[in-house]
Write a protein that binds this ligand. Structure first.
Ligand SMILES: [Fe+2]
Length: 276
């Protein structure tokens, strides 16, 4: 089995689109706290298609399906065909991995199971699995840490973007921050010897973060469905709209990025929801 995907380009900039946390259901009409997650996902995909951002690949960063259904994963595979570029993915806490792997890996569309991507001459992307089965918080197991270290050692001359579902920087929401990546210190120790690591990208928190941690650019991205309110100790939703992220990896190691939100439809959740 091939374990590395090589994206050949002589361009000076590599462009990525990130979509995250679609939470699809078996039923196309399924709702999460009053938002039809299929409809909001469709709207995000439509508006990505309408944008003039000429992306090279797509990263889908977990919580693809809310109810472990075959139908949810199959519909995800069908839906992302419209993006017309290779889609790479990682699991989130809500994903059911046996089913997710079966369906996404057998899919003969534009979805790739590969977790190590070499892009052009200057960059690599490392996709990690931070799921702990059955619980919402995240942890990088020893296999993930060892794999990450091995890939960084194999390509020390490349700038690296590390991708995982769970968040590292706090959202200042106690209910959500207890579900963070628990062993971020292990990640820090693993990355520290490699001077060309530039960024860490996650989903999970259904809100935007553009921050910095140990010198790495930290990016978290709105969900394609419901949004969680920052700085709220107890569970609270936001009325911000579903979105996605554009990322540009420059040949000199710079990362430029921006969050986009849908503009041609409006999704408002049931604000009285008390958890998800
Ligand atoms: Fe999540």
């Amino acid at each position: 089995m091939v374990n590395t995907y090589t994206y050949h380009t002589s361009e000076n900039v590599i462009r990525l689109v990130q979509i995250t946390d679609p939470h699809l259901f078996k039923d196309e009409k399924g709702e999460l706290l009053g938002i039809n997650t299929q409809a909001s996902f469709n709207q995000v995909l439509t508006e990505i298609g309408q944008s003039d951002f000429n992306y090279d690949i797509v990263l889908a960063t977990g919580d693809l399906v809310q109810d472990s259904s075959d139908e949810g994963y199959l519909r995800f595979c069908e839906n992302v065909k419209s993006l017309q570029k290779t889609v790479f993915w990682i699991p989130g806490n809500h994903d059911f991995q046996p089913k997710m792997f079966d369906i996404l890996n057998q899919h003969h569309g534009n979805i790739s199971p590969i977790k190590h991507i070499l892009l052009g001459e200057h960059w690599q992307i490392l996709l990690l699995d931070s799921q702990v089965f059955g619980v919402p918080h995240g942890q990088l197991g020893q296999y993930q840490i060892d794999w990450l270290e091995a890939k960084l050692k194999e390509h020390p001359q490349r700038y690296s973007l590390v991708v995982l579902h769970h968040h590292i920087l706090p959202t200042n929401s106690a209910w959500l921050d207890q579900h963070n990546l628990r062993n971020s210190l292990d990640l820090a120790y693993t990355l520290a010897p490699f001077a060309k690591v530039r960024g860490i990208l996650c989903g999970h928190i259904h809100q935007q973060i553009d921050g910095e941690w140990n010198g790495y650019k930290i990016m978290a991205t709105p969900s394609t469905c419901i949004q969680f309110k920052p700085d709220s100790n107890s569970f609270a939703l936001d009325t911000l709209q579903p979105g996605w992220r554009e990322i540009e990896l420059h040949h000199d190691g710079r990362i430029e990025t921006r969050v986009k939100r849908i503009q041609h439809a409006e999704f408002l959740p049931n604000m009285l929801g008390d958890g998800y």
